[in-house]
Design a protein around this ligand. Structure first.
Ligand SMILES: [Zn+2]
Length: 261
């Protein structure tokens, strides 16, 4: 049952025919884990909090730096030097005191990945390196947890939603980590501030749709976005029966290079 305050807070959701109070209740009962409190994780966490997702977990072991503020909108100038997970948790609480926030200040690693993922209904991959992205994929696949992948670089991004056992996983499409230094990172090649906002907002949208059980998820399809031409494209992808994560001989863990998130 919602209080008068909650009915007012979520009134624009409740007005939506496909969502209503039933859908809002599902959001309030939902648990979303956000891996990385950076450019993608910031908008994803803020929208999940505003939307009333009941429990939000956020894992990041890094600290806020001045160069993060150009795009990591969950942190402010006063947060420089603080642990990102704690800074993000405070911002979430400031937006919506109803949300239960779990801040993990450790590294998302092989040792803890599956234990943490297991506690949630949906995972948002807001990491910034290939090792972490494959680790999120493999942990979610082996725990049977749906998740949203996204990657950004310069003026473009891509995103894909994975429902383990049902749709293509990140490893079905990309198989394994690219050779070291084959693809530059945002810290090497830069990224336009709002591009991470667009991709992170799409990820939050997928989480909300999944929790409320509405619409169609972005599965078996990679959505790419180019800000300079303002073009969105969808590329169909398929499950790989030989996939090292979700195939019949899927393994855990695999190798993740010298990753950090
Ligand atoms: Zn796969």
């Amino acid at each position: 049952m919602f209080s008068d305050n909650q009915i007012e807070r979520y009134s624009r959701h409740i007005l939506l025919k496909q969502l209503g109070t039933t859908g809002q209740q599902k959001l309030c009962d939902g648990r979303v884990l956000i891996v990385g409190a950076g450019g993608l994780g910031s908008p994803a966490a803020l929208y999940c909090a505003a939307a009333g997702v009941g429990t939000i977990g956020i894992i990041d072991y890094d600290r806020v730096e001045l160069s993060n503020l150009q795009r990591q909108i969950i942190h402010a100038e006063g947060d420089i030097g603080r642990l990102k997970a704690e800074s993000a948790a405070d911002s979430i609480r400031a937006i919506n005191a109803d949300v239960c926030v779990q801040a993990y200040t450790e590294k998302f690693a092989v040792e803890n990945a599956r234990l943490i993922v297991r506690e949630y209904d949906f995972v948002i991959d807001g990491t910034d390196n290939f090792g972490s992205k494959f680790l999120v994929n493999d942990a979610c696949v082996h725990e049977g947890k749906p998740f949203s992948h996204a990657g950004v670089l310069q003026f473009s991004g891509q995103t894909l939603t994975v429902v383990p056992g049902k749709s293509a996983c990140y490893r079905c499409v990309f198989e394994d980590l690219p050779p070291k230094d084959a693809v530059p990172s945002c810290s090497q090649a830069g990224v336009l501030s709002s591009v991470v906002g667009i991709l992170g907002s799409i990820q939050a949208t997928e989480a909300l749709k999944y929790l409320a059980q509405i619409g169609e998820l972005l599965t078996d399809c990679i959505l790419t976005f180019d800000a300079l031409s303002m073009e969105f494209r969808k590329i169909t992808v398929r499950r790989n029966p030989e996939c090292l994560a979700c195939g019949s001989n899927g393994k855990w863990p695999l190798l993740y290079g010298d990753h950090c998130n």
